[in-house]
Ligand binder design. Structure first.
Ligand code: G16
Length: 541
């Protein structure tokens, strides 16, 4: 029996960088989830359609899944494919959408944000290509939330999402699938599992920290069961609704236990961590941290060593705040290079059009055209494939890379939970000063140009404005200022810092030391302390 429930618009249901993310109690409040899900179905249409549904297992994931299923049935969907227990990593969900050629999918996640009754929850819609909905679509969903008057709900019992197989919910079919099987099979087509297995058999050791989030079962199946890594290689591998109290953001600050191990005498050869929904990754060698920008560049330069990329790459895309290290590789390979706004959704058209094969972001995201999301375990496997072929350490590979291409010293400084009004005032002042900056001297550097990044999509011509303030210096150094679009409280200021060293000397400095003048210039030009009251960042990556 389908009921139509009267509702009224709820303010603030505007998706950010990647879907709608809010505090869990907000999402659990009356009509909140239902209004947004109805807005999704109103925009994309549900009648006769098939969707994928899954999430990262955080608190409220299971109950939200039952609500979404009842609403899908009430809106006339024909079929929903759900990961067992309503669990799917974000890249696995993207793959299932593509594999089954569904009309899209709904992913429940707030990614790297903590989970729990008082933490964060999120919902996003992915398109039939498997990628996050573009801005035009999320904007239409937001508009719909501002005018919504009713939503549709099937009155029915919960579907048993623990039982793999076919279920019926009203007229709709619900297929519960193992969340790992199809994803693991895809990985086997891309990488030389034999070579990686031989490397583990030869004594190579790694640590994979899944931070009590969704990647655990994927990592155990692929690394331990299929590739023969010793039991215990994967730690924090059981997904928990509150991520065991961890902050599942794989960066040196939040994955500190892994960092400590990799810099200790007992360090294994290779370390990696992944985030809440499995699309981010951090990579660490023994005694050496690999910045995400460098990781993208190394992967692009060596991808041809893996079977899935043996024919070479068509192009490399990076988000604007990501360092230009990957551009240097693209130039050397003679392939296309693209600079997009922050947000994986901006890579979708380039991947669909076959213009880019590998994409990456400074925010610990790397991926390729195998799905339409960034993919944490994929990046780990590509690194392992490269290590197995080159038979060198991570440190040796990085040093050879810098010797060949020069080094883009890079860091991001985050200032979290700033009062929104103060952050907005800082950006207003900064934007107002842009035309005065060229020619200005600061910390021994001269500003060459300053602007607010705007992007015209080369495939569909859509334009995205105000994607980050850039200050470029004559010596090639760069500062970028942005406000995060994934937080749920106050504003997070992200300051991205970059300086290029051509070598051969000066390639082995500590990144923060090498960037010291750029960091001071960033504070001076934006008046960070005056506007925000902060003199030091909360997170340094
Ligand atoms: C999302 C997006 C990424 C983006 C990141 C950080 O990742 O998919 O493209 O780089 O947020 O965005 P912001 O700087 O606006 O916080 P995820 O892993 O949170 O889905």
């Amino acid at each position: 029996m389908i009921t139509t429930v009267a509702t009224t618009p709820i303010a603030g249901q505007k998706p950010g960088t990647s879907g709608l993310r809010k505090k869990t109690p907000v999402f659990m409040s009356r009509h909140y989830l239902e209004n947004f899900v109805q807005a999704i179905f109103d925009v994309v249409g549900a009648k006769g359609k098939a969707f994928v549904l899954g999430g990262d297992g955080r608190y409220f994931n299971d109950r939200a899944a039952q609500v979404i299923l009842r609403m899908a049935a009430a809106n006339g969907a024909a079929r929903v494919i759900v990961g067992q227990g309503a669990i799917l990593s974000t890249p696995a969900a993207s793959h299932l959408i593509r594999l089954n050629q569904t009309d899209g999918g709904i992913i429940m996640s707030a990614s790297h944000n903590p989970g729990g009754p008082d933490e964060d929850f999120g919902v996003k819609f992915n398109m039939p290509n498997g990628g996050p909905a573009p801005e035009a679509v999320t904007e239409a969903m937001f508009q719909r939330t501002t005018e919504i008057t009713e939503y549709r709900m099937l009155e029915a019992q919960d579907v048993d999402l623990g039982r793999i197989g076919r279920h019926q919910l009203g007229d709709m079919v619900v297929d519960v699938v193992d969340p790992v099987t199809d994803y693991a099979a895809l990985m086997e087509t891309l990488f030389d599992f034999g070579a990686i297995r031989a490397m583990f058999a030869g004594g190579f050791r790694m640590r994979m920290d899944s931070m009590c989030a969704v990647t655990g079962p994927y990592a155990v199946e692929v690394l331990e069961n299929r590739l023969g890594a010793p039991k215990g290689t994967c730690v924090n591998a059981t997904p928990l609704p509150d991520f065991g109290g961890m902050h599942p953001d794989p960066n040196p600050t939040w994955a500190k236990a892994l960092m400590d191990e990799m810099f200790s005498d007992a360090a294994p050869d290779f370390g990696a961590a992944s985030d809440g929904d499995g699309d981010r990754n951090m990579v660490v060698g023994r005694g050496i941290y690999v910045s995400p920008s460098d990781s993208l560049a190394v992967l692009a330069a060596n991808a041809h060593l893996a079977p899935g990329y043996a024919k070479g790459l068509r192009g490399v895309a990076r988000s604007m705040p990501t360092s230009a290290a990957a551009d240097r590789v693209a130039d050397a390979l003679g392939i296309g290079k693209y600079e997009t706004p922050t947000g994986w959704k901006f890579f979708g058209n380039l991947l669909d059009a076959g213009q880019a094969t590998i994409c990456g972001e400074e925010s610990f995201g790397t991926g390729s055209d195998h799905v339409r999301e960034k993919d944490g375990l994929w990046a780990v496997l590509l690194w392992l494939n490269i290590l197995a072929v080159r038979k060198q350490s991570v440190a040796e590979i990085l040093r050879e890379h810098w010797a060949k291409f020069g080094r883009n010293y890079y860091s991001r400084h985050d200032f979290e939970a700033i009062e929104t009004a103060r952050a907005d005032a800082m950006f207003a002042a900064l934007r107002g000063s842009l035309s005065d900056l060229p020619g200005r001297q600061v910390e021994g550097m001269v500003v060459q140009s300053a602007d607010d990044f705007a992007y015209t999509d080369p495939v569909d011509g859509s334009v995205s404005q105000k994607q980050g303030v850039r200050v470029l210096f004559q010596d090639g150094s760069r500062i970028v200022y942005r406000l995060s679009g994934t937080g749920t409280e106050g504003a997070t200021l992200r300051v991205y810092l970059e300086r290029y060293a051509a070598g051969p000397s000066g390639l082995d400095l500590d990144a923060q030391a090498a960037l010291a003048p750029v960091i001071r210039a960033a504070h001076a030009l934006a008046g960070i302390a005056d506007h925000t009251g902060r003199t030091a960042p909360d997170v340094v990556t």
